[in-house]
Design a protein around this ligand. Structure first.
Ligand SMILES: *Cc1c(COP(=O)(O)O)cnc(C)c1O
Length: 464
């Protein structure tokens, strides 16, 4: 621990605090409910799962939280990440709009997920935890947590959705390089996994099942805790380092965004960019002052897993087996297994409760897009800007291009900002399929209707 990094670059400005939007929200975030009793859970209920520092952050009320020094030392490896003006893309589109992107692919693990992985590993290590468990879909989160555990001498067990485990071996190898044990989920390691395998030995797995397995492993073993890569308040908090940097960088650029765009799986990279930008607006509203002009803020999701645009605002489990607390959120139902689109990080049935609240209150918008148009946009972006977007991030690219073309039609000069949450160099199989024309679009309306009939404890649900 406490290993300093020597960087031979000019001194750059580091942001040293996270922004806690709970301080300024104009609404209450409904509390998580105990999965059996349906009573609001107390912080102590979470102690078998998370370290105390993380539980405190989940319900913190202060405006800013300092990034611990040892976490900052690691952030310095890749932070601040660049904010880039996409001039070649602007020229190609012949748009009067100015397009900026924040590039979170500039980290050892290739996405924004390292921002929270390092913080969570640090807090666990400090409280004497020896092993972390987690789930991963396509592998970005598992990779980020594996690196963080290697830095803090923690063991790490990753339950990887079986279909990705067999179809996407490179991320698995990367996690093993960092020293993690990677198991295909459903696995025979847990009761949940054994039960599912008994009825279907070929089950492809899902994120919901992998979460159930990872939590079961953590609560039934000593010195072991669980780590989640999105959705929860503390994860979103850690990602706000992105937007805090952007505020400084936009000031340098002398610009203000009129439209802000991010892709959403559980909502963490979107929150990281958007929350600090919302701050001045929310604070002015709260104190009754004249609020500054709020930018248009757009969350982009896949048509294959459209929790905001097609889901219900209701209490639902975060996992398949119903062993983790139920959250009030936009959900497609915990039994929903999304079609296997290439943006694996966007295949989650629910949405962060804070983002769900912002959407319900009309403070943000949402759009769903299909993967064919998403990959077309990603190829255009690569040919003009060079970087290859992660399939997840390409959802934001697609809508940024749409908005820029709209500005062109209306001859409007506006400023567009989006988060390029990761690079796609380990997703070349998906790009190959796109170039060969073999990608499919999905709109699983009937499956969604079916799984929404099966929300838990409907008596505890108020109308949504
Ligand atoms: C995991 C991931 C996402 C989706 O997760 P959020 O919590 O919604 O940010 C988006 N982009 C990339 C590159 C990812 O790895």
């Amino acid at each position: 621990m406490n290993k300093k990094v020597d960087l031979f670059l000019e001194k750059r400005e580091m942001v040293t605090r996270w922004y806690n939007i709970l301080h300024d929200l104009p609404f209450e975030v409904p509390p998580p409910l105990h999965p059996q009793t349906l009573e609001p859970i107390s912080p102590e209920d979470l102690l078998p799962i998370f370290p105390e520092a993380v539980i405190r952050q989940e319900v913190a009320s202060e405006e800013f939280i300092d990034v611990p020094g040892e976490v900052l030392d690691i952030y310095r490896l890749w932070r601040p990440t660049p904010l880039i003006r996409a001039r070649r893309l602007e020229e190609k589109l012949e748009t009067p709009a100015r397009i900026y992107y924040k590039f979170e692919g500039f980290s050892p693990v290739g996405s924004h997920k390292g921002n929270t992985a390092v913080a969570q590993a640090y807090y666990n290590r400090k409280e004497g935890v020896k092993r972390l468990t987690t789930e991963t879909g396509a592998g970005q989160w598992g990779t980020a947590l594996s690196m963080a555990c290697a830095f803090f001498d923690l063991e790490c067990t990753v339950y990887m959705v079986r279909i990705s485990y067999t179809q996407k071996p490179y991320r698995r190898t990367l996690m093993e390089v960092y020293g993690s044990e990677v198991l295909p989920s459903p696995s025979s390691r847990t009761e949940t996994g054994r039960g599912i395998l008994a009825s279907n030995p070929e089950h492809p797995g899902s994120l919901g099942i992998a979460i159930s397995e990872a939590v079961e492993d953590a609560v039934s073993n000593p010195f072991t805790k669980y780590s989640l890569g999105s959705v929860l308040n503390h994860v979103l908090l850690h990602q706000t380092i992105i937007g805090e940097e952007v505020l400084l960088q936009l000031e340098q650029a002398g610009d203000k965004p009129d439209v802000v765009i991010g892709c959403v799986g559980g909502g963490s990279n979107f929150a990281g960019l958007v929350f600090p930008i919302l701050r001045s607006f929310l604070q002015a509203k709260k104190s009754g002052k004249k609020a500054p002009q709020k930018p248009r803020i757009i969350a982009v999701e896949p048509t294959a897993c459209p929790s905001l645009t097609r889901g219900l605002y209701a209490y639902d489990y975060g996992d398949s087996a119903g062993i983790v607390p139920a959250l009030k959120m936009f959900t497609l139902g915990h039994g929903f297994v999304p079609p296997s689109i290439h943006a694996g990080g966007l295949r989650y049935h629910g949405m962060s409760p804070i983002i769900s609240g912002l959407y319900k209150e009309g403070l943000i918008e949402a759009q769903a897009v299909g993967q064919k148009e998403v990959f077309q946009a990603a190829v255009l972006f690569s040919r003009t800007e060079g970087f290859l977007p992660a399939p997840e991030s390409a959802h934001a690219v697609k809508v940024a291009i749409d908005v820029a073309l709209e500005a062109k039609r209306e001859n409007k000069s506006l400023s567009i900002l989006f988060n390029l949450s990761g690079h796609g160099y380990l997703d070349l199989g998906a790009y190959e399929a796109h170039l060969k024309g073999s990608l499919e679009d999905y709109e699983p309306r009937e499956e969604i209707e079916r799984s929404l009939k099966d929300l838990p404890f409907s008596s505890a649900q108020e109308g949504s």
